[in-house]
Design a binder for this molecule. Structure first.
Ligand code: ZN
Length: 129
């Protein structure tokens, strides 16, 4: 006659077990996603002996706001993981790289689009900002 009511002895089996969801811990070598910026216009200034780009306006990938970057800043970002590029109306991208101008005795540290840039996406042909 003893009550053999089993009771909720197995209730813990019904509960979701804590701490079993997969966790991907970020490793120390993780350096963050690469940020890419599309340069939409440039500001040039006469720096002896000719004009150079001194500022650019760029839009971060996935964003819509224009940001202004001094060339010095762009060069520093290019030294990290960030990328800048130009894009022509046809969607052809050209990578922008650090560049040290040696023309006519010039020694300005600046940026330019890679050699394979077309006329339309060449950094030098971006509209003035
Ligand atoms: Zn120069």
């Amino acid at each position: 006659m003893a009550s053999t009511y089993p009771g909720p002895s197995s209730v813990s089996d019904l509960l979701p077990q804590a701490g079993t969801s997969p966790r991907s811990d970020t490793t120390q070598s993780y350096s963050g996603p690469v940020a890419r910026y599309r340069i939409v216009c440039t500001t040039t200034k006469y720096l002896h002996p000719h004009e150079h780009i001194v500022k650019v306006e760029a839009i971060a990938d996935g964003g819509s706001a224009r940001q202004t970057f001094k060339v010095k800043k762009v060069r520093r970002m290019l030294g990290g993981d960030d990328q800048f590029y130009t894009c022509d109306p046809g969607g052809n991208e050209a990578e922008v790289k650090k560049f040290r101008c040696r023309l006519e005795g010039c020694d300005v540290k600046t940026i330019r689009s890679k050699r394979d840039a077309t006329t339309a996406n060449n950094l030098d042909n971006m509209p003035d900002g």
